[in-house]
Design a protein around this ligand. Structure first.
Ligand SMILES: CC(C)(COP(=O)(O)OP(=O)(O)OC[C@H]1O[C@@H](n2cnc3c(N)ncnc32)[C@H](O)[C@@H]1OP(=O)(O)O)[C@@H](O)C(=O)NCCC(=O)NCCS
Length: 170
């Protein structure tokens, strides 16, 4: 019998992206990815581990070749149980521009829709063009309205942090 050529065995495409909820063991990668962006506020490593335990359902990671390459951390607002607040979104630099961030956000909204989540909020610094483009594209792709309001001014922060505008989708 002819040996089966290795190339004939179906495998997962090397650049296939898997989306799933984070686990505690993923916290280290979330911290690393956030640190590598050099633009996100880097929270303590403890914060990422705790997030992976307690806010896993409202967060998501993207996995390529068994390695986490992007994440979204979010929570359901206690005062507004139909609202997902997205805290941080990041994708490894060599994986950007492939739609991974947009697909993470869409997958998360799809997953939470049965729970009655119909609105997304996030804050963005006025100079973060990539983030503004990401959320504007998300609203457009999903046919949802997007609105911007002032939320935190530099005076609200103790450390010269930039303003953070509130974007509401839905
Ligand atoms: C912002 C970030 C998460 C985008 O990740 P990504 O996987 O490259 O984004 P996507 O490929 O899913 O792009 C989604 C949309 O945003 C647009 N976009 C993404 N990055 C962009 C950029 N730098 N400039 C302009 N548009 C951009 C894309 O064109 C796309 O729109 P489209 O669907 O109409 O084509 C990534 O650049 C990143 O990690 N940046 C550093 C961290 C950060 O700033 N996070 C956001 C604040 S929490």
């Amino acid at each position: 019998m002819r040996p089966v050529q290795e190339s004939a065995i179906p495998t997962t495409a090397p650049d296939a992206v898997l989306f799933r909820s984070p686990q505690i063991a993923d916290g280290v990668r979330l911290w690393e990815i956030a640190a590598n962006t050099e633009v996100l506020d880097l929270n303590s490593s403890y914060a990422y581990l705790l997030w992976c335990r307690d806010f896993s359902r409202s967060s998501i990671v993207a996995v390529v070749d068994e390695r986490i390459v992007g994440f979204v951390t979010g929570f359901i607002r206690p005062e507004s149980p139909e609202t997902l607040f997205v805290w941080q979104v990041a994708v490894d630099a060599d994986q950007r521009g492939k739609g991974i961030a947009g697909r993470m956000l869409s997958s998360l909204l799809d997953r939470l829709a049965p729970d009655g989540i119909e609105r997304l909020e996030t804050t963005i610094s006025p100079d973060n063009e990539a983030s503004i483009a990401l959320f504007t594209a998300l609203a457009r792709h999903r046919g949802m309205a997007i609105a911007k309001d002032e939320l935190f001014s530099p005076n609200d922060f103790p450390d010269g942090h930039e303003a953070e505008d509130l974007y509401t989708i839905g």
